[in-house]
Design a protein around this ligand. Structure first.
Ligand code: ADP
Length: 152
């Protein structure tokens, strides 16, 4: 069984994440979207909200599961018996950052990271820009799935 973990903050889930997940569905038997809990990070959305946005968006996709984790990513993958980590690449900065992490993870555990290149239509979307727009009262409905809701 080909099982992948897609780790991330998903603060919040964007159409860029959705694109990567939908395109990964045919490649794996199961994809666990693992929402990170990092005590030193400040999030805009609570863990429950971040998980609910994902669960609602993929409620009809049986291969996609949602979970949380607060350990080393490779330890989490091993606890789930997942052999692959899924990540998206948008630009050279993503590549440089992801390369070191993927090589370290493979050295630590043998787990392979599978990268999908962003689609042209969603390559500019990032959770951090979306948070800025929300903070300033803007409309993000063209950038996030319908399940992402918040009070203005
Ligand atoms: P993290 O804090 O781990 O970077 P994010 O939620 O920001 O968590 O991103 C999770 C993953 O989704 C990363 O691999 C990131 O490169 C990818 N990603 C984010 N936005 C996009 C996008 N617009 N297109 C493709 N991949 C994306």
């Amino acid at each position: 069984m080909k099982k992948a973990v897609f780790p991330g903050s998903f603060d919040p889930l964007t159409l860029g994440h959705v694109d990567i997940i939908k395109r990964a569905v045919p490649l794996f038997d199961e994809i666990i979207i693992a929402v990170g809990v990092n005590a030193t990070k400040k999030y805009m959305f609570s863990l429950e909200e971040r998980m609910a946005f994902i669960a609602d968006t993929f409620k009809d996709e049986i291969k996609v599961k949602v979970d949380k984790y607060d350990t080393l990513t490779v330890d989490y993958c091993q606890s789930k018996e997942a052999d692959f980590i899924l990540r998206g690449l948008r630009n050279p900065a993503d590549f440089e950052f992801e390369k070191a992490i993927a090589q370290t993870n493979r050295k630590l555990s043998g787990i392979e990271t599978v990268f999908l290149l962003t689609s042209a239509e969603t390559s500019f979307i990032s959770s951090s820009i979306i948070r800025d727009i929300i903070r300033n009262g803007g409309d993000v409905s063209a950038l996030v799935p319908k399940s992402v809701s918040f009070k203005k």
